[in-house]
Design a protein around this ligand. Structure first.
Ligand SMILES: Nc1ncnc2c1ncn2[C@@H]1O[C@H](COP(=O)(O)OP(=O)(O)OP(=O)(O)O)[C@@H](O)[C@H]1O
Ligand SMILES: Nc1ccn([C@@H]2O[C@H](COP(=O)(O)O)[C@@H](O)[C@H]2O)c(=O)n1
Length: 214
């Protein structure tokens, strides 16, 4: 198998990153967390304003992301997540990040990408598409546990409001909104452990790989 793309989308904290990393490990695929691209642009945008940003300036920030921008250790904070969601609605930002993601997806050896528009815009021809969900309270509880374990001071209601605001903005924007591709498999992790959710994803991918054999 030379090229094989797995597209994993879903709302905030649904578990798509966790599943993507496990899939990459299992199959030896490269993994791209595309949310990090938007978080890095959002973080840069915050150095100008926490309000609306000029779309061309935002596109320019996205076009000049560096490895160091993506490696910053403060991309997972709540303000950066909200800023990411705001810049992600700007078409110039999405256009600047498009080619890199498309090239990553078709690299030799297989790739798994997770985000919001992977199955719909970045990789409409992906061999496997998953849309990962969980109810919003469960997602907030998981994210709250993660944030507190990492030393962030917050509370469950704030985390829940933050997720809902982001999901609403992501799903209602005109540019590449969050939605399942028509041919995506829905994977609701509300009642699933991490191992069970990963096992479902792995089974779907193995089945598709099996179909590709002569
Ligand atoms: N099935 C599960 N059961 C319990 N906890 C889970 C499950 N899946 C993921 N988690 C936990 O929930 C949190 C959010 O998961 P993850 O970071 O994978 O979500 P995400 O969809 O990639 O989030 P984001 O969109 O914010 O990047 C993590 O702490 C992760 O360990
Ligand atoms: N393909 C994508 C990926 C992400 N976004 C936006 O970035 C925000 C942060 O993403 P996380 O996956 O790290 O939570 C997210 O809320 C989206 O606004 C996107 O638009 N497209």
């Amino acid at each position: 198998m030379t090229r094989f793309t797995v597209a994993i989308d879903g709302p905030a904290a649904s578990g798509k990153g966790t599943i993507s990393r496990a899939v990459a490990e299992t199959f030896g695929f490269a993994h791209l967390d595309t949310g990090l691209l938007y978080r890095a642009v959002g973080k840069k945008a915050l150095t100008f304003t926490d309000g609306p940003l000029d779309p061309d300036l935002a596109g320019n920030l996205a076009a000049h992301l560096t490895e160091a921008d993506l490696a910053a250790d403060d991309l997972r904070t709540a303000p950066v997540a909200q800023a990411a969601s705001r810049v992600a609605a700007i078409p110039q930002v999405r256009a600047a990040l498009l080619d890199f993601q498309k090239r990553f997806a078709r690299r030799e050896g297989g790739a798994v990408l997770d985000g919001r528009d992977i199955g719909t815009v970045i990789c409409p021809d992906a061999e496997v598409k998953l849309f990962v969900t969980a109810n919003d309270r469960t997602r907030a509880e998981r994210r709250f546990a993660e944030l507190t374990a990492n030393g962030h001071e917050t509370d469950l209601d704030t985390v829940l409001a933050d997720l809902r605001a982001r999901d609403k903005r992501d799903a209602s924007r005109d540019a590449a909104p969050l939605k399942p591709a028509p041919d995506a498999h829905l994977l609701d992790t509300t009642e699933l452990s991490i191992d069970a959710a990963v096992a479902e994803a792995v089974t779907k991918i193995k089945k598709r790989i099996g179909q590709g054999r002569d």
